[in-house]
Structure formats: structure tokens, C-alpha cells
Write a protein that binds this ligand. Sequence first.
Ligand code: AMP
Ligand code: MG
Length: 493
Amino acid sequence: MPAPAVFAFDNTFARKLEGFYVPWQPAAAPAPRLLHFDRALADELCLRVGDLDEGALGSLFAGNTVPEGAYPIAQVYAGHQFGGFSPRLGDGRALLLGEVIDRKGRRRDIAMKGSGRTPFARNGDGKAAVGPMLREVLVGEAMHALGIPTTRALAVAATGDTVQRERPLPGAVLTRVAASHLRVGTFQYFASLGIGEDVRKLLDYTVARHDPALARSENPALGLLEAVVARQAALIAQWMNAGFIHGVMNTDNMTISGETIDYGPCAFMEAFDPAAVFSSIDQHGRYAYRNQPEIALWNLTRLAESLLPLIDEAEEKSVALATEVLNTFPKQYRAHLLRGQRAKLGLARDEADDAALAEAWLALLHAEKVDYTLAWRRLADAAAGDEATLRGLFANAQAPDAWLGRWKARCGREEAGGADRAKAMRQANPFVIPRNHRVEEALSAAQDAGDLVPFEKLLAALRRPFDEDGEQAPYGEPAPVEVTACYRTFCGT
Ligand code: AMP
Ligand code: MG
């Protein structure tokens, strides 16, 4: 089959960073079949898919036909996994096909995941199963609809192959779109080898790609650190306000772009519990919900270490400058968190006690084991004058009395009236999140019965998270307690 000219590729990474990757080809898929294709995203990326039928798209997105202009490469990177350093990870089962410029002029990576073993595969089989790849679609697209920076899912194709996990599963390839796949671990790789020249090359490339204004600044390395700290502080605050738990915040899973990446064992919180951990591989709770800001800073410190020689020749000065930047993280994070909380609380003005008000609300939800997402959503009803739905979430309907009194007094000092506040709150507090039981239900139908309808319905609901209507209703309900109590997500391997 001739290579279709779907993407207008312009592959700067491959061109400018030779030695930072291995050119590689996707494995052949025995029986490709298209499971998911996001036409709106394809349009945003200026793809030319008009004359391709379902079969051709399946073959393309399963990796059987490499599109014209693609130069598939496996990128190398290192990473701290659960705190331990792996000097050489790299794309074991992923390939960067190339980069395109989207309608807004932004450069985006087009990459495949599950496309076969690469020289970085170590013991892995290079494959991915249908369930985890569709899971990445659901959770990633939910994040996108919530306004949280994230990589996007363009397509998923079944390969027709069998993937051996705890049981045999159908194989799939995910095509992922990202601002870039540069990670903290990419810097760590070259820094740990002590190849200063390569770290410099990587820095120049990264700056040109993500922070071009820094190229002419006095200290681009310090500037980049500052930029990444700022992006991650904003990102993690959004995660926390959405109740999102990434699950594997290893340094190879933290981007330089500030996008969320690698949806493996992630989940949205149901009943509020700061200690919540979902990942079955996170035995010590390192990546628990409440630890995420601290872990982000820990990861950023690893980035800073990698950049030290480029920040200043004198190590002491370099450390002092980097430390100063890292020290701004907590304050930036808290400011973003509070800004989000104010919006969620329906507050437009800033008052000194707002953080305490938000904290007291969270403490209440924790103590009463109330569903995080619905509690916020029902608080909007309360703003509109109906407290019954909120009280209905508590075992004891009077439990929120004291806090509600405080909040209503605070709202009284705002200009907006209740109806406007409720409306604004419904834009800040989603009704639909990817509920674990709904996600599992959709994935098992797709993976075990080949039925994609539940997946498509759930995806449609997740794409309009702030709408609450009859169609959305089944997706807004929390899981039965028995399901939540023992819920664990497994690594997407
Ligand atoms: P992850 O935890 O998915 O971000 O992956 C961590 C590292 O393991 C990366 O280097 C991946 O490329 C690699 N990896 C994960 N799963 C597989 C697999 N099934 N085959 C080969 N490499 C894998
Ligand atoms: Mg990863």
C-alpha cells in the first residue's frame, strides 16, 4: 500500500538531535481495525484523511502503513521511578512519527504507543492492550474537556495481536498528540552520562520549541527551569482541584511542556480522601493524591540538577540560583490552587480567609466521606438557593451547617447574586468525570465483547463535563461504595 500523505510532517527533533534517539519501524499488525478516531482533533492538526476509508485508517493507526514524511524514532530518556534512578529507559514501546503544525501554528508531536519492541524495550513486549489504550483516550479527553493541559488521543487501532498480561488481551496502538515528548527524564539521561554538550543541545532545542523568548535571555537554563516550575505549579494545582491522581509521577512521566502525560494507573477521586492511592504498583503511597505537589517539586529538583552546569560554571552559584527558583514552587502552586478554589466556591473577590474556607470545606468532605465532585457540584445548587441536594450527600444532613453558614456569609460580601454565582460555579465544578466504574464498564465491553458503544457514550459525556441533563445523569453518579473501596488501577503495560 502506498504511504498516505496524511500529515504535513516537519521533524525537527529527528533533524536537530541526532544521537538522542534510534530510528525504528512500527511492528506489523496482523489484523488492524480502527477503534477510535478523533476527527475534530485531526482537523485541528490539519490532517488530510478525506479519501481514507476505515480500513486504511486502521492500517495507518495500527502502524502497518507508515505515513509519508514520517521518520519514526524511539527517543531515549532516563527517569526516577518511585524514587530509584533508571539511567536508561527510553521509548520501549512507543515511536515518535514526527511533528506537525496545527491550525493555531503550534508544533505538535504525533507518536504511537504499543507499536512494538524497540531497542529500549528491556523485558517489555512492546505491546499495549485495547483496554489501557482506550482508557488513555477517556481520561485524557476528560482532562482536556476540563481545561487541564494534556496530551491528546488521536486514534486507537486494534492490532489483531494477542498481548499476554495476567490473561491474554487484544492488542492495540494509541496515536498520541503532544506539545512535545520532552521529559524531565530526557534531561536526566544526558546529564547523568556527564555529556554537557548534549545537555546544552537539548536545552537549546527545548528553549526554541517551548520558550523561544528565552533564547536571547541572559541565562536560558535558569529561564527554562523557571518556566517548567511555573507550568508544573499550574498543572498540579489543576489536578488537585479536579481530584485527579496521576498514579505514576516518575520523572520520565513529567513533561517540560506542562502537559499531563502517560495515563496508566490514574484515577479521579470519588469520596474525598487526601491519602487516596489507586495504583496497584504504588505500594507505599508515594504518589497519593496529597503528595502530588511535593512529588512535582521533587521531580523539578531532578530537572534543576540536570541543568546545574548550564546555569553557572561555579557550582555553588548555580545551586543557589536553582534553589531560589525551586523555592518559588510552593507559593506558585498555592496561588493557582486558591484561584481554582475561589472559582469552585463561587467567589470572584479575594479575601484573606478564603484559603481557610476552602480547607475547612475539604476537611468536612473528608470527615464525612463525601463524593468530591458531586459535593462541589451540589454547592452550586446551594448557591442557587437549594441546599437539599448538597445535604443529601451527607449521612447527617446537618453536618455541613456550620461551614455553610460561613460560606454564605462570605458570599454575602460578593457582588454577584445567587443565580449568577450558581451559573459560574457550574462552569468551575464538573458534573461528569471519568468515574472508575464507568471507565471499567466501557473498557471491559470494548475489550472483552468488542462492543464500543459504552466507550463512545462515556466519551461523549466526558466531552461536556459541565453539562447536567438526562443523558449525563448516569455518568454523574458515584460508584457503589463496594466498588470504590477496593478499586485499583493497573499499569497500562
Ligand atoms: P511507563 O511506566 O509506561 O511510563 O513506562 C516506563 C518505561 O517502561 C518506558 O521506558 C516504557 O517505554 C517502558 N515500557 C512500559 N511498558 C512496556 C512494554 N510493554 N514494552 C516495552 N517497554 C515498555
Ligand atoms: Mg512513561
